[in-house]
Design a protein around this ligand. Structure first.
Ligand code: PMP
Length: 398
């Protein structure tokens, strides 16, 4: 049976990582993978996480199952973090949450949940979007279609085309929207655009699915959730997929959450039992470690303050390097307009250079980025930014 299998293409980012690893050039720069790195190029464990883990080691007295919804204390924390502590959807018991193996697990559970609620639903994603969105929704049996989003010419949003596309989406379909730090473009909706998105969702009756994988990486924890909170204030129902991979640096612990906001508490209760039965049929119960670390941090004012500080350090470092890219390229004599980089947020931006220039950067300078020219800004640091700017300037000059 297995010999009948056809080979499948590997993820281009994983291929790029392997090439980077094998490259002997001591000046090599990895701008491919979407993982935060510090000034030393290291993805360190946050101090708040280390402290929470010490506490967990001391306090943990059982390894028994934690139930299909996972850690209820974590779920309550993540709801408050996302919606704000006194949001009307929380006060009205309209939200049900399950913690999941990462944001990816949240998205897959959400997809299976949608399939149950409406087997004919199409899910609409931004053009472009995180590549795994498409494969995981298709794997769950959902039809996937795209709506206009990023404009490669203006390096902004295709605003009017986007709203025109959204205006044609029927009730019963689901529209995925990135809460902040759009992957791969870094281009987010501003508040006015969230308001327009919300008005269309209400009028058309489609269900929004908000993917929030980078809360706190854009402008701030509350600022990055402002669109989601407004949406939740105004639409009858939505799905939210959160991830603690980036903002708590818990990548390999696989911790995220799926939340369903329903029209009222009765529907939320029915949604809850359906959500849990979806979970039961995929992985039964989530791993506990990441959720309990986050719970320990958010249970403690001291650890929460430390987390806020460490999160701000990561965010500020990325934002500083967004400005530095512009300054250093200008200093190298580049006259092309790169000002869009500071209008974008989070881990990524498209440099907007050609495939030939990307290939040259890799072949001649060992600078690795994905074929779309998406760069992971956190791969830059004081010891490679000048080399990066000089190399980009060289390939731009031809
Ligand atoms: N959504 C988006 C847009 C992402 O970029 C990512 C991570 N790359 C995820 C979801 C999932 O993150 P994880 O499963 O690592 O928590």
């Amino acid at each position: 049976m297995f010999s009948q299998l056809q080979s499948v293409a590997t993820d281009p980012i994983l291929g790029l990582m392997a090439e980077y690893k094998a490259d002997p050039n001591p000046n090599k720069v990895d701008l491919g993978v979407g993982v935060y790195k510090d000034e030393q190029g290291h993805t360190a464990v946050l101090k708040c996480v280390k402290e929470a883990e010490a506490l967990r080691l001391q306090q943990e007295d059982s390894k028994t199952y934690i139930g299909m919804a996972g850690d209820l204390n974590f779920n309550a924390h993540i709801e408050k973090l996302a919606f704000g502590p006194a949001h009307q959807v929380l006060l009205a018991n309209r939200v049900t949450t399950a913690h999941t193996p990462g944001g990816t697990g949240a998205l897959r559970v959400a997809a299976e949940f949608i399939k149950r609620a409406n087997p004919n639903a199409t899910i609409w994603v931004t053009t472009p979007t995180w590549a795994n969105h498409i494969s995981l929704f298709q794997a769950a049996g959902l039809k996937v279609r795209e709506y206009a989003y990023y404009d490669y010419n203006t390096k902004g949003l295709q605003t009017e085309q986007m709203f025109a596309d959204l205006n044609n989406i029927p009730a019963g379909d689901v529209v995925l929207v990135h809460a902040c730090c759009h992957n791969p473009s870094g281009m987010d909706l501003n508040f006015e655009q969230w308001q327009r998105f919300t008005a269309i969702a209400k009028e058309r009756g489609f269900t929004p699915l908000v993917d929030m994988a980078y809360q706190g990486f854009g402008t701030g924890l509350d600022e990055d959730a402002a669109g989601l909170r407004y949406l939740a204030d105004n639409v009858p129902e939505l799905l939210l997929c959160s991830s603690c991979s980036k903002n708590f640096g818990l990548y390999r612990e696989r911790i995220g959450a799926v939340s369903i906001v329903a029209t009222d508490s009765k529907v939320a209760e029915i949604a809850r039992v359906n959500l849990l039965s979806v979970v039961r049929s995929i992985y039964s119960m989530p791993p506990a470690h990441g959720a309990i670390i986050v719970s320990h941090i958010l249970d403690s004012n001291e650890l929460t303050a430390l987390w806020h500080q460490e999160l701000a350090e990561m965010r500020n470092r990325i934002n500083d390097y967004r400005q530095l890219i512009i300054d250093k390229l200008a200093a190298e004599g580049v006259t092309d307009d790169f000002s869009f980089i500071t209008r974008q947020h989070g881990m990524f931006s498209f440099l907007g250079i050609t495939k030939a220039q990307i290939d040259r950067l890799k072949a001649e300078f060992s600078i690795y980025m994905v074929g779309s020219s998406r760069v992971s800004i956190a791969g830059l640091n004081h010891s490679n930014i000048d080399y990066f700017a000089r190399s980009v300037a060289t390939v731009l000059k031809g």
